[in-house]
Design a protein around this ligand. Structure first.
Ligand code: HEC
Length: 142
């Protein structure tokens, strides 16, 4: 009888602790998710989904492109192998700012291309990784 009581109190304490953790996790998740796609945040980047980035030696682009052009336009070739994103990804032409923002983490997890024949098929160029990582960190601005 005493054992059963102890078990019951133990369960109650565990339940309370779990509930507290769940609440906290949920609140911080919600606020960081809304930050990610908050278009009212001023951007320090100078480029975005519709704002063209200036082509420089550092970013390796041969013309000024916005991120939407790089991702959705079959004529824009931002990779050294001169292949457009839509050549390999059927989803690319249908992306908008928010949907592509949600793909950036997956993009950054791909291996970094070395520009050699031994690159994995999904390897991504370092210049684009940097560009997209900074864009995501700024909340994926327009
Ligand atoms: C030569 C083919 C090729 C090209 C061109 C290419 N990718 Fe990929 N990409 C892949 C492969 C292969 C993978 C890994 C398998 C997969 O998930 O489709 C991948 C994975 C991804 C992923 C993570 C998985 C997913 O589906 O979300 C993203 C995001 C991505 N690529 C974005 C891009 C963008 C943006 C461009 C243009 C700058 C691009 N890719 C150009 C082949 C390519």
């Amino acid at each position: 009888m005493q054992n059963a009581w102890i078990a019951m109190v133990g369960c109650f304490i565990l339940l309370t602790a779990a509930c507290g953790q769940y609440d906290g996790g949920e609140v911080s998740h919600t606020s960081s998710a809304s930050q990610t796609v908050d278009e009212t945040e001023p951007s320090e980047l100078g480029y975005g989904w519709d704002t063209k980035t200036e082509a420089t030696a550092a970013n390796g682009l041969h013309a000024d492109y916005s991120i939407s052009e790089i991702v959705t336009n079959p004529k824009v070739k931002a990779r050294t192998d001169a292949k457009a994103c839509v050549t390999c990804h059927s989803w690319a032409k249908n992306q908008d700012r928010v949907s592509f923002c949600n793909r950036v983490n997956a993009f950054l997890k791909m291996p970094t291309a070395k520009g050699t024949a031994s690159d994995a098929p999904g390897a991504k160029p370092a210049n684009l990784k940097k560009m997209l990582r900074d864009w995501k960190e700024e909340g994926c601005p327009e």
